[in-house]
Design a protein. Sequence first.
Length: 240
Amino acid sequence: MNKTVEVLPDQPALVARALELILSKLETAIEQRGRFSIALSGGSTPKPLYEAIANQKLPWDKIHIFWGDERYVPPDHPDSNELMTRRAWLDRVDIPAANIHPVPTLSANPELAAAKYEQQLKEFFNSSGVEFPSLDVVLLGMGDDAHTASLFPHTEALKVRDRLVTVGNKDGNPRISFTYPFINAASSVIFLVAGANKRPALTQVFAPVADDFTYPSRLIRPQGELWWLLDAAAGLELQD
Ligand code: 6PG
């Protein structure tokens, strides 16, 4: 694992750095393989980044969008990560509808949604083997409880290692989430974390020894690149 930690002075600088990094990965992926696949996170931190990406002139027909997690709500629900992303970015660019791969949250139940999403990912990567397919980029946030995607502390989702997608649980509400082994199969994992409220969780995630099931972001140890992009409010004490 190749881990890089960058602390940026404020949120606008954080967004600018994240944009620069993602555009660089996008350019390389399209040059080498003709397409770029990225899984997005929800929450509030990435919204200005999505707005910034929408202002770029990019080969949208070569860019494929997934979500690393989704609330189990319809795509027009105010809590939907897909809805936030479409409003901030996807509705503002000329990206083919077929390149947007939302979580099927209108399925009969969360387990079926997770299975369907897994099947869609396997078909996209044409992967039937035992190896986990590799997204070019997985963008992650981190909660102040050190959860990431919808992998919450001390939940069953943290024990799922043989699938790409599982059912997470936040306070009894089902979520659809990539499993941590599937996240770890990505070429690059980029955490975007801002705000002083994240500092205690970051301290535990970066500690040499702590419990992975209590601080699930510790489980993210990709075989490829791991980037932590932090604003000063979140990461001042972590700077090397
Ligand atoms: C979600 C996200 C979640 C988020 C963290 C941080 O569905 O909410 O995927 O994992 O990244 O909760 O959220 P903030 O960026 O709002 O702090």
